[in-house]
Design a protein around this ligand. Structure first.
Ligand code: DON
Length: 562
């Protein structure tokens, strides 16, 4: 009898705990440390810094700045981002180095005299840029947690900028596709007015000089003096509002991340002004009552449940979220179990819920979507998850030749006018309206996951409004469906964001049976909206402590480590 009870208990434990070790790694496996990023050069430099005795935070500075050189499409000095960390003692935190609106910005700055949004004004050229945060971000990280001197970290990056970076096939295609826009914004004569092809080497002597100034003078080297003055002048010459005062006033901010449980996991993600953590918290909590593993990976039931949770979470996102220094966010309500249960009370597996009776026009998405994420684990067990962006590919396309970098078009992440969608089709509200020095709402979701109080996963992605759902699906793919880290990164993804009321699928990733089944329940399906959803770069910790990387084949992404 006792024996039977014992067997029963063992069976119960095994059926309730996920056995991820049954999952054979299919990505790069290393013993001690790993960096996964959008470019091999950046992953290598980040890893080398750890080998030299640096920690994950030193590697963060190295990877972020290497991406500014090797991946100007999204890596940047002229943009901003978010970072979530977990130290090996379990301490967690987050850094907000998001851009902010210039002092002269105002609510209606992108509206004409009739109150209509002026096309391109928030997406292209000097008018589109917010005050950049990246340099303040990496300097704050280095000051608080860095082990190595800044020179040791930055010298290899400056050397890379001088030596140059080889253009990949994907990059050549992007440069060619954007060349006319570069010329439109900057004239013929700048570096990117030229045509580059695969295999060419692009050297960045001006960027090397800017980096040298930052290396010697720290944060002030970028936000005060010669660099700030040149930046402000170039932007103002192109109609923008950023002044030297804006630059001098910029500070990165340490924030408490959003932390919540999902079944056996503890998920740590970015807090406002990113919507990532709150929205993911809502999605996961709405799904938690269900035995998702039983539904199957990307099955009709999984897509249906995930879509309905996302629809409700994005509706809240768009209405309630904004810069917490400017708006009161009702966290107690938004993250309350009863509230989230009530939100799902009209959910049924039989049919789609309608997003809204309110009609809306076709959403024009005329920018390629680019941002970049990197994940780091060091040999001491510290983890860093960071997402950084210029917003659109090459940001506003405004290239400050003398300083060697592109400026962001992050102002488009504000809501220019309530009810009018931005380039990601996101409809904003008052909480995300423009105000001087306010940070625009983001979807960037650098995330760290614990299981059994131990580090389990480091994950994030670009993809604009699709970031949140792509990160959530990657976590579910590993935890609920036992995919390896690399397989979870490779897996086809789908997305729903309340409005427009449609499920976006990556083309060719889902069976016609599944699509037809969803249509019959009332879903509008869009497989043409985007060829890819996200470029996830992630790390999973295996039970023996080794690390499995997931580098997204959708880009030139690469895992490196030792
Ligand atoms: O902060 C945001 O949500 C956007 N600016 C991110 C842009 C993005 O991911 C574009 N890339 N794919």
């Amino acid at each position: 009898m006792r024996k039977l009870l014992y067997v029963f208990i063992v069976v119960l434990i095994f059926t309730n705990c996920k056995q991820e070790e049954a999952t054979v790694p299919t990505g790069l496996v290393t013993e001690k440390a790993m960096v996964v990023s959008a470019r091999e050069e950046a992953s290598k430099i980040g890893t080398e810094i750890i080998k030299k005795g640096g920690n994950a935070f030193d590697a963060m500075v190295a990877t972020e700045l290497s991406l500014a050189v090797a991946y100007p499409f999204a890596g940047n000095l002229g943009g901003g981002g978010f970072m979530v960390y977990r130290k090996n003692n379990g301490e967690v935190g987050a850094l907000d180095y998001r851009e902010k609106a210039p002092l002269a910005a105002h609510k209606d700055m992108y509206l004409d005299s009739l109150g209509n949004v002026i096309p391109k004004m928030s997406t292209s050229g000097g008018t589109a840029s917010g005050v950049p945060g990246t340099v303040a971000g990496v300097m704050a990280v280095h000051e608080k947690f860095g082990k190595l001197p800044l020179n040791d970290i930055m010298e290899p990056i400056i050397a890379l900028a001088k030596k140059g970076v080889v253009v990949t096939k994907k990059q050549a295609k992007r440069l060619k596709g954007t060349r006319n826009r570069f010329i439109e914004v900057n004239g013929e004569s700048t570096k990117f007015g030229q045509l580059f092809k695969e295999g060419d080497t692009i050297k960045y002597p001006e960027l090397a000089k800017t980096l040298e100034i930052i290396m010697t003078e720290g944060k002030d080297g970028f936000y005060k003096g010669e660099v700030a003055q040149k930046l402000a002048t170039y932007i103002q010459e192109h109609g923008g509002l950023i002044t030297e005062e804006d630059m001098a006033k910029y500070e990165a901010k340490w924030r408490d991340p959003i932390v919540f449980d999902y079944k056996e996991l503890k998920i740590i993600s970015m807090s406002p002004p990113s919507s990532g953590g709150v929205t993911m918290n809502q999605i996961f909590k709405m799904m938690e009552p269900y035995d998702v593993a039983k539904f199957g990976h990307n099955s009709a039931q999984t897509v249906h449940l995930f879509t309905e949770a996302s629809r409700r979470a994005y509706a809240d996102r768009n209405y309630y979220l904004g810069d917490p220094d400017f708006v009161d966010i009702p966290y107690d309500m938004l993250l309350n179990d009863k509230y989230l249960k009530d939100r799902m009370s009209n959910f049924s597996f039989d049919k789609a819920t309608l997003s809204s009776e309110v009609s809306h026009g076709d959403v024009q998405i005329y920018e390629s979507m680019e941002t970049t994420h990197y994940s780091i684990v060091d040999n001491e067990g510290n983890a860093v998850s960071a997402t950084t962006t210029l917003n659109g590919g090459y940001g506003s396309k405004l290239y400050i030749e003398e300083l060697g970098f592109f400026m962001n078009n992050e102002m488009d992440d504000f809501s220019s006018k309530p009810g009018v969608s931005n380039m990601f089709g996101l409809i904003g509200a008052e909480a995300n309206s423009i105000a001087p020095e306010k940070r625009m709402l983001s979807s960037m979701s650098p995330t760290i996951v614990e299981k059994d109080d131990k580090l389990y996963m480091v994950v994030g992605t670009p993809g604009g409004s699709t970031i949140i759902t792509a990160v959530a699906q990657t976590i579910l793919d590993v935890y609920e469906f036992n995919l390896s880290m690399q397989d979870a990164v490779n897996a086809p993804r789908f997305h729903h964001q309340w409005l427009p009321d449609q499920i976006i699928f990556e083309p060719d990733g889902f069976s016609s049976d599944l699509i037809e089944g969803l249509k019959s329940k009332g879903y509008i399906i869009n497989e043409k909206r985007t060829p890819i959803i996200g470029k996830v770069d992630a790390i999973r910790v295996l039970s023996n402590g080794h690390l499995e990387g997931g580098a997204d084949k959708r880009g030139d992404d690469s895992a490196f480590g030792f």
